[in-house]
Design a protein around this ligand. Sequence first.
Ligand code: PEP
Ligand code: MG
Length: 314
Amino acid sequence: AMRAVLATWGGPGATADGTPVKLLANVADGESARAATQAPVEGVGLFRTELCFLNRRDEPSVEEQAEIYAGVLEPFVGQGGHVVVRTLDAGSDKPIAFATHEGEENPALGVRGLRLSFDNPGLLERQLDAIASAAERTGAEAWVMAPMVATVAEAAEFAGQVRRHGLRAGVMVEVPSAALLAHRMLEVVDFLSIGTNDLTQYTMAADRMATDLAHLTDPWQPAVLQLIAITAEAGRQAGKPVGVCGEAAADPLLACALVGMGVTSLSMAAAAVRPVGARLSTVSIETCEEAAEAALSASDPRAARDAVLALLGG
Ligand code: PEP
Ligand code: MG
């Protein structure tokens, strides 16, 4: 039956009983953004800007950055959706020559993501100038979010800077401290986006690149699910959007449980949108909520997945 649904489902994202769930694409550049418009998506939930600069020795000018960003925004103009631009997530597994610190003992726990912006404030300011300029010249609705936020003070400072550029401000939840304080984060930002790849890494203290730790770097881990649920519930209480943009959003079973927790959007590689959207379209919001509860009360990742599968069916 899932195969038949997969063949006919064409969006937009919603549960069987009509609860809307925004399905969004993760993109890296103009080309992947154009390709993503072929999938039934309502916009972009994660534009990883640092991927545009991986092989650049020097920081591109504001004008050059604006041109690159406009290439990502442009395909989504007039589609009614928004594009979430993530500010430079440099450091750790994504070293950027003109930004990152060298010789860090432990780069995943070092000066990365938003932390880089505080010791080099001009970098963020110029990137925001470029994003605002790209939004203005394309007429696209650009939202801006920061990676690797650990404190409410960081979120507040970032949001202030973004809003001075006339843009909507959010932060990623990928450090456990941010999930635990989601309700306070939401007092200072417009939206949250859960990055389950890093949230899992930091919750489980297990390197996301280490293949021999795959049993730990699993978003079905009960501790990770608890942190996601806390964050989604805070969004529900605040009446503000909380999305998921990590790999977890691309798993059709987990996606249904995330929606049951209160997540309002799912952002993923464009290729994953159809399987996720099709599965979601067969399940009521009530069953999603039951799936969330079952996953949250399971004792390990395997049991959580089995419980959700039992509720949702093959
Ligand atoms: C994440 O950490 O889940 C995320 C979406 O960001 P990235 O994979 O780029 O670190
Ligand atoms: Mg991340």
